[in-house]
Design a protein around this ligand. Structure first.
Ligand code: C5P
Length: 215
């Protein structure tokens, strides 16, 4: 079978990574969580107590650190940071760190390098528009803000206030959608799936039927 690239973009909490991971398992191809890379850099910056607006230092650090994946786990300078990158603090600062052009350039180069010569599903914000513009399949997953906040709430084992969670998600989406460099937007040729009233299995079924139809 020839190599295929599948791009999945959309706002926070639309179900991208859950779906991408499952789809990758079912069709036996690799999965890359690009958000985890921006989160790992943000975690690193916060650990150093660097201001998230300090572009110069952030770029210096981004050029220095080593981000790697092994069995879908993410390693920052050789240390597994799967759990550390999922805190609310990282979520609330990641959009600031990922808006810088040079940061994105470094991440996109690495993402393309990983995709080169093999089949891969990538989820993120700019996969269909920038990272893999020639991807065979592009999906844009969306859902209402209420549903997205509810899903996040159920994932987190923290005592979060759902209204606060909703505000945080809306803020992050706004920053991701309005940044100057590769903002979150649907690629012209992406298929939109509104997952608000769909189960994971239904979303998967929809995507698989589109992929199978054209294979
Ligand atoms: O996918 P996830 O919600 O973990 O992404 C965290 C953040 O990383 C996003 O809100 C966005 O700021 C940034 N991101 C990005 N481009 C991507 C993936 C994620 O800017 N391809």
């Amino acid at each position: 079978m020839k190599n295929i690239h599948i791009a999945i973009d959309g706002p926070a909490g639309a179900g991208k990574s859950t779906i991408a991971k499952r789809l990758a398992q079912e069709i036996h191809i690799d999965y890359l969580d690009t958000g985890a890379m921006y989160r790992a850099l943000t975690y690193h910056i916060l650990q150093l107590n660097v201001d998230v607006e300090d572009e110069e230092t952030i770029i210096k650090e981004a050029e220095k650190i080593d981000i790697d994946f092994n069995n879908n786990c993410i390693y920052l300078n050789g240390i597994n940071v799967d759990i550390d990158i999922r805190t609310q603090k990282v979520s609330n600062n990641v959009s600031a760190v990922s808006k810088f052009a040079r940061v994105r350039e470094l991440m996109v180069d690495k993402q393309r390098e990983i995709a080169n010569g093999k089949s891969v599903i990538m989820d993120g914000r700019d996969i269909g528009t920038v990272v893999l513009p020639k991807a065979e399949y592009k999906f844009y997953l969306d859902a209402s803000i209420d549903i997205r906040a509810q899903r996040r709430y159920e994932q987190l084992d923290q005592n979060m206030d759902i209204e606060e969670l909703k505000r945080d998600i809306a803020n992050r989406d706004k920053m991701d959608q309005t940044r100057e460099v590769s903002p979150l937007k649907k690629a012209d040729d992406a298929i939109v799936i509104d997952t608000s009233n769909m189960t994971i299995d239904e979303v998967l079924q929809t995507m698989k039927s589109i992929i199978n139809e054209e294979e």
